[in-house]
Design a protein around this ligand. Sequence first.
Ligand SMILES: [Zn+2]
Length: 224
Amino acid sequence: MTTQRWQSQRETITDVCRSLVRTGLVSGSSGNVSLRLRNHPHDLVLITARGADLDDLGPHGLSIIDMVGEPVEEELPPSSESALHLRIYRGRPDVGCVIHSHPIYATVAAVAGREIPPLIDEVVIKIGGPVPVAEYGFPGSEELAQKSLASLGDGMAVLLRNHGLITVGRTPREALENSLLVERLARIFLYTTLLGAAHPLPEETVELEKELYRMKRAAESMDK
Ligand SMILES: [Zn+2]
């Protein structure tokens, strides 16, 4: 039966969604989360259903789709942002979880069209560098998906212009921690900019941390 397949992944995504609501990164059905299901011969994607209440997904709050968005089991229709999630999984084989949210401070930067500089040390090591802003694309469109992946590059977070935030991770915990980190960074960026004192990290520190990020990713791709 469908409810018995991928049970632990269903529980994981349910926990991530609750954490997003509890930490204020999303409210109600605003936002969507997916996990890559490593499967033979092709990976599948477990994703929140269209309009699902993220605080209470229940047994029918999730869909399973293939890499082109076709439902593979009788489930509810997938999130309206499925194209965005699928484009990232196809372009980034290292990504195991994608979180799309609308947190206030990250969205302030997204509306202002301001890339968020890595003002604190852990950002470069975890996200790979500044958090870029993808050019505007209509919600749910292939255009938004394509622009988001292009700006994400090999990083772990991207702002969607006039819309919100995407973070990714090898694991759900990493994707969630990245969302929380970007929102915290966006808040620090806003307030330090208002004070006229958003001092950047020293350039050599950023370079060293970028190297640590690349080494960490290379080591992870070897353990796959
Ligand atoms: Zn959205």
